[in-house]
Design a protein around this ligand. Sequence first.
Ligand code: ZN
Length: 673
Amino acid sequence: MDAMTKPAPNPLLAGEVPPCFGLIEAAHIRPAVGQVLAAERAELERLAAVETPSIEWLRDTERLLERIHDVWSPVSHLNSVASTPELREAYNDCLAEVTAFFSDLGQNEGLFARFEALGASLPSEPEAELIRQSLRDFRLAGVALEGKDKEAYREISLEIAAKQAEFEQNLMDATDAFEHHEADAANLTGLPEQVLERASAAAAEKGLEGWLFKLDPPTYRSVMTHADSSALRERYYRAWVTRASDQGNPEWDNSPLIEDILKLRQRAAELLGFRNFAALSLAKKMAESETKVLEFLEDLAARCRSFAEKELKTVEQCASRRLDAWDVAYYSEKLKQKTLRIGDEELRAYFPLPRVLAGLFELTERLFGIRIEETTGPPLWHEAARIFALRNADGTPVGKLLTDFYARPNKRGGAWMDGCTNRSRLGPLERDPIAHLVCNFAPPSKGAPSFITHNDVVTLFHEFGHSLHHLLTEIDYPSIAGINGVAWDAVELPSQFFENYAWHPDVLRSISSHRDTGEPIPDDKIDTLIASRTFLAGLAMLRQIEFALFDFMLHSRTEPATRDEVQALLDDIRARVGVMPTPAFNRFQCTFGHIFGGGYAAGYYSYKWAEVLAADAFAAFEETGAFDPETALSFRRAILAVGGSRDAMESFIAFRGRPPVLDPLLRQAGIID
Ligand code: ZN
């Protein structure tokens, strides 16, 4: 090949940080992933055969993981924010290869033996913690099992993954199959204009008169909250809580899958030497024991219950009758409008995104002395994506934040933080961290900035809290820097902690500027907004506790439950803990994708667990002042800087001087004074 036709270098292999996202094409993905995995398989074999592992050997294993991250992270990011059919195909192809690589790595006995040897000779931190976590992950991948068991474990893992995917698929198909056709406008009063417009377009598309409604979550929530027709709400409620169950099309019934998954999980746990799946799940969590988790949930439930009962009574009074399950959300909304007189849309006019960001950055400087300014860099994946540089007060660079705020086609919904580049200080690999912060706010219209709801503000602060965790880390090993290596039930601490600032009057004033007047949000509106935070908070909390208890008790059994036993357990928890009316046809378990389709099995309690930590951490600031720089410095040092380099409880105690307590969360929810 002569110089004239030499192809341009593959941007995925250029080793730049941040990568040149704008130059990456679908055609670059397979060659780059193939090349890096082949090279790293060889490196893996070399490392697994090294005679005497040293610190340098440990750093080599970290550099190996980083080289894979450098190629795979931009691919998966693009798959989420700038998807095309070609890109998705290349991504799916390579995903299997990457997964296989990590599964082989997890069961590599040579590598495992060298981690063990190094651990025995190297007791100092943070390396010791990195080795402890690595050894744990090898064991949880089944590395220590003998021949037949090892093979069985690998097969069970694959089978669980396939059944979980099937569970999700059934749920999706059952949801998508539902349709409700309505010809009479009188039955649709109360529904928001937006929902009606979509339904009338859907009807027109099928050549029908009137409106055609689907069962997607926004439509479901709108009907339950706003539809005046009790018959329509009942129909929707019934459809929602019987999806993928024995009450519908048997083809999509998830009940047999639930039995299979529970059996497989119990087998997997036993192979690894655990009593049950809950114990296996806790191996990677902050909570010390099954008893601790159950006590935590029961205690929280006991403290919320009478409060939630009272809340339900007020809703009933508002409705002037006993409520059915499909009435609660509807009359709660009526009560909210009556007591608070506040609307999301009215508040939106106070929060132009540029002002919100400026206020958020001022807050960061006030707390941590960190300055954040927009900067330039390589071409990114979309013109709306921006780069911000973070610097310490003395001007030294801390890291970068890549933002992508607006909703658009071919971008995954929701909001998230992700590590673009991990912090590392590994000899030739010296890097500052870079974070992705992605949201789906309404895009700006011509000549005006994007105005966001207060709910969006809370989301932004949440993801920004995760970003600071990633960016303010001072750990040199990527595997335990930032959010990496942090226990699953503690990782939401910084994010939920940061949400509190979105409710602080000073911050609300500094992030707001009215569309017409430029004035900050007035005090009376601040008061109402803050009051709305605790509106029916007891009912919401109790519902989450019910789910968490069901999940944890189900996985605490040593005999996998049959479908009747699953139902009996759920009924029992509802009767004992819940206050909401639940009809006998309810099959919530068949729709519980978090634990049967995703990674929250015996871990749903994590949401509440981390919320306790976050509220208690913020209470420290309430004692010294929400903006007290010394408390902020202590939070930065004890929680943000150390990342996953030490036990989450140790970090919490280092900040708070004691283990976490429940009261601050109950106060925050208005359940106690
Ligand atoms: Zn989060």
